[in-house]
Design a protein. Structure first.
Length: 196
């Protein structure tokens, strides 16, 4: 998996770094609980180019990020001006909790058999009532494409996944078109969850 992003880093960055995700970020941020200090902590999980981590940081949130690919970690660190960590979802652990975790187009690379455990680990790092956003390509099952693994989801399969994650409650799911102009036929399943 990392080999794809390391080999194709420049093209991936060109394709994703300037995509406007503000409407999705705003929907997520509306669900992130406020703190008494006024600054919520957000984790960009699987940050890729660092696009969203940078936006959260510039909006005044205490932002941290990680990605599995060394090339993406370097690019995201440069672009976001944040110290991005190299880490796989399957190895995820952090020293503190977050009010919000943003996993935009990243959890879809986790194998279905590992996804429940990964989601539980993420939930363990949310404060009570903390928000988790995730997005998957719409479809059934798992597939390999261009040396990458994809776990696709429908509303039904995502609901079944959440049955294995009792500390997460589904707030809403909705579909959107891909924001990249050359990918308008690709549909995404967006999911907003809250820790109970």
């Amino acid at each position: 998996m990392n080999g794809f992003y390391d080999t194709n880093a420049e093209k991936f960055l060109q394709d994703t770094q300037n995509v406007d995700m503000s409407s999705l970020r705003d929907r997520f941020l509306a669900a992130v609980p406020k703190t008494y200090t006024g600054s919520s902590r957000i984790l960009d999980a699987g940050t890729g180019s660092g696009r969203d981590a940078r936006s959260f940081y510039l909006a005044g949130y205490e932002t941290e990020a990680f990605d599995a690919s060394p090339s993406m970690v370097r690019a995201a660190t440069d672009f976001s001006d944040l110290p991005v960590r190299q880490m796989r979802f399957e190895d995820f652990e952090w020293e503190h909790s977050f009010e919000g975790i943003w996993a935009c187009a990243s959890l879809l690379h986790v194998a279905r058999d590992d996804l429940s455990e990964v989601m539980r680990r993420l939930a363990d790092h949310l404060v009570s009532a903390g928000a988790l956003y995730a997005s998957f390509k719409v479809g059934d099952g798992e597939r390999q494409e261009a040396a990458r693994h994809f776990t696709d989801m429908t509303e039904e399969s995502f609901a079944a996944l959440l049955d294995d994650c009792p500390s997460l409650r589904q707030v809403e799911t909705w579909r959107t078109e891909d924001r990249r102009p050359d990918r308008k036929d690709d549909l995404w399943l967006n999911a907003l969850m809250r820790k109970t």
